[in-house]
Write a new protein. Structure first.
Length: 677
């Protein structure tokens, strides 16, 4: 009862803080710094996490930047230079949280823009918006506007600060003087904790021509970890002064010459100018939103689903070999490592709506195939064994105290299935031959060597950590076995499409891997399972996404058994999304909607309804959960299905009060699918 009351109070707090159910804008008025969970603006490379204090940014996270330090002797995401923190003085007073009245913060998801506005007494109204520019992977922009209520003097400073973990910080200031422009560059570089990476950032002011001559910029060195550049300006009552800060951050993991490249990228942004930067950024997001989900009849669900899509789009990027971690670019959660969270939970939703983004995610696995082969060799297996936690190199990055590292083998099947699904959606045979087949054949070879051949129908897979991670070192786990069977079948199908002779043993192995049952026909989670509570979906994944259990009566039987075995706290958000999908496909819209809400409403944190991993949790943003929930809308309520012939639509139902669901921009053909009452 106490937990329920806590959850209810949390939900009331969230609903009060989030004053609008606008489909595209999430707004907070006077956010409470003591109960504030930032929201992220990201472009698939740089993530900027909001803070409640004026002109502050909580975190800057750069995808692909890892070093060996901190938790578990494995690689970690590294905080990047905080290149958008700023200081504003009015009449000599440096403004802080206590000086901001009527503060309003708003995320415009359509434009991927985060705006803060507030008043400073009777002297000024201040607004600033920052962007992680979608068209420029390493570049961000802050746009500042100050309207004077009376004559005031401004002091504006851009502050470059190095996170504590970095070492050997070097600060630079340079002015490039041209007849038509002066470019002031505030630049810093530092070594990552072990010295592995050189991390660099640079920024500059962008002044508006409408304000006349550019102000003089002065550089100040405060200490080894922080320096700034500043300018002063007098502003008459009723007038507005506008300027911007453009900055770039890059490391030696991304470029051979990151120090000079950071400055080049910043100069590029300066000479493009504020208007063109925002124009191209907005255009890039218009394209992303050409694939969208429209819900009629539930404004709050519409806003929430847009938020989930927004985060999934923000955490991925076309043309890379990067893949998102469970927390995306919202912070350092899970060390920035890549798990099955990508392939099973985030990837299918992105694949259906933007195959070009999904291509980057599967490219990440293709480029680490050789590391997966070495991992299999070291454990005495053939083929490729993908690590449970992966980072830059593709070696196993799970801390040694976690048994999931050496034993949670279903990740290998998840990668193989993801490769097959990319072909199914795109029908790209060239890609299948060049990259899909190497993944599929190597992962199939792994399973053929992984099984223990104990007689017909007894090709056991023993000693694994189940998809339900509370089940450690068990035999014949339902999801592991079914995923291995799917991996072997898909590899065989891929060979047929490509005109390659498949290993005949693959289908022999697939046919003999057991799926265990209780006497009453309910699928048994593993050989020793006896009705214990489960951490997350396992058996029910055999109905979706695996299609191993297809009979509606069997699907319902498994659902009714396992939905009562998920505790009401401490478990991740994905499980209920699977229940949602299955109930929607079974025609039970009310039950589907119950699980849809239960998947994320208790996990929301103020003031922007950001999703935590667990009910009452405080580690947002949980992109894994968002991926599962978006799948429940696409594949559950929307009835979309990935097949070898492409994306089709199967029968499903909507929640009772939803009037219609429209999914546009699906697959390479950008098709539209709809469900209505």
């Amino acid at each position: 009862m106490l937990l329920n009351r806590i959850l209810l109070l949390a939900l009331l707090s969230v609903s009060i803080d989030c004053i609008s159910q606008d489909a595209w804008k999430i707004t907070a008025v006077n956010p409470d710094p003591r109960n504030y969970y930032g929201i992220t603006v990201a472009n698939g490379m740089i993530g900027i996490v909001s803070a409640p204090e004026p002109f502050k940014v909580k975190d800057v996270v750069l995808a692909g930047a890892y070093d060996l330090y901190g938790r578990g002797r494995v690689s970690n995401f590294i905080r990047s230079f905080n290149l958008l923190n700023m200081r504003l003085e009015i009449d000599g007073r440096s403004l802080g949280a206590a000086d901001a009245t009527g503060m309003k913060q708003e995320l415009d998801m359509k434009k991927a823009a985060f705006t803060t506005s507030f008043d400073y007494g009777d002297k000024a109204t201040i607004t600033y918006t920052y962007y992680s520019l979608r068209h420029l992977p390493y570049t961000v922009l802050m746009d500042v506007s100050i309207t004077a209520k009376k004559d005031i003097s401004l002091g504006c400073a851009s502050v470059m600060e190095a996170p504590d973990a970095l070492k050997e910080v070097q600060n630079y200031y340079n002015e490039i003087d041209r007849p038509h422009v002066v470019i002031s560059l505030l630049t810093s570089s530092a070594k990552s904790p072990t010295g592995k990476l050189l991390m660099c950032a640079s920024n500059t002011f962008l002044f508006s021509e409408k304000h006349g001559e550019e102000p003089r910029v002065i550089h100040e060195m405060w200490d080894n970890n922080m320096h700034l550049m500043k300018f002063a300006k007098k502003l008459k009552a009723g007038n507005t002064y506008q300027f911007s800060i453009a900055g770039s951050s890059i490391t030696s993991a991304h470029h051979d010459d990151p120090l000079n490249e950071a400055e080049r990228a910043t100069i590029f942004a300066k000479l493009e100018g504020r208007d063109r930067l925002i124009q191209f950024h907005t255009k890039a997001w218009e394209y992303l939103w050409s694939s969208d989900i429209t819900i009629e009849g539930d404004p709050q669900a519409q806003q929430d689903v847009h938020s989930m899509l927004y985060h999934l789009y923000s955490f991925t990027r076309e043309g890379t070999a990067l893949s998102p971690s469970p927390m995306g670019l919202s912070g350092l959660g899970y060390n920035g490592h890549v798990f099955w969270d990508t392939e099973l939970w985030m990837y299918p939703a992105i694949l259906v709506l933007h195959p070009e983004l999904a291509k980057s995610m599967i490219e990440y696995r293709y480029q680490r195939l050789e590391a997966a082969k070495r991992n299999a060799f070291s454990k005495g297996y053939k083929g490729a064994m993908y690590p449970w936690e992966s980072a830059e190199t593709g070696v196993e990055e799970t801390p040694v105290w976690a048994l999931s590292g050496p034993f949670e083998h279903h990740i290998t099947a998840c990668v193989g299935i993801a490769a097959w699904n990319y072909y199914c959606v795109t029908q790209d045979k060239d890609w299948l031959r060049e990259k899909g087949w190497p993944i599929l054949s190597a992962t199939a070879d792994f399973w053929a060597s992984r099984v223990e051949r104990n007689g017909p129908g007894k090709f056991d897979i023993k000693n694994v950590v189940a998809a339900d991670e509370w089940a450690e070192n068990v035999d014949n786990n339902a999801f592991t076995n079914a995923a291995a069977r799917a991996n072997l079948r898909f590899a065989t199908e891929a060979a047929k499409i490509l005109g390659i002779t498949a290993n005949s043993d693959w289908m022999n192995v697939a046919a003999n891997i057991p799926i265990l049952k209780f006497p009453d026909g309910v699928t048994k989670e593993h050989a020793a399972y006896n009705g214990e509570g489960i951490k997350q979906a396992d058996v029910n994944l055999l109905s979706y996404p695996l299609k191993e259990v297809t009979d509606p009566k069997a699907i319902l039987k498994d659902l009714q058994y396992y939905e009562t075995r998920v505790p009401n706290e401490g478990t991740p958000a994905m499980t209920q999304a699977v229940f949602t999908t299955l109930y929607a496909r079974l025609g039970e819209g009310e039950k589907a909607y119950h699980w849809f809400r239960d998947a994320y409403i208790p996990n929301l944190n103020p003031p922007f309804r950001v999703i935590a991993e667990t009910k009452g949790g405080t580690n947002p943003y949980f992109a894994t959960g968002a991926g599962g929930i978006v799948q429940s809308v696409l594949m559950g309520f929307g009835g979309l299905e990935i097949t070898p012939q492409g994306i089709i639509q199967v029968k499903s139902v909507l929640p009772p009060h939803w009037k219609s669901l429209t999914i546009k921009g699906v697959g390479p053909g950008k098709k539209t699918f709809a469900v209505s009452k």
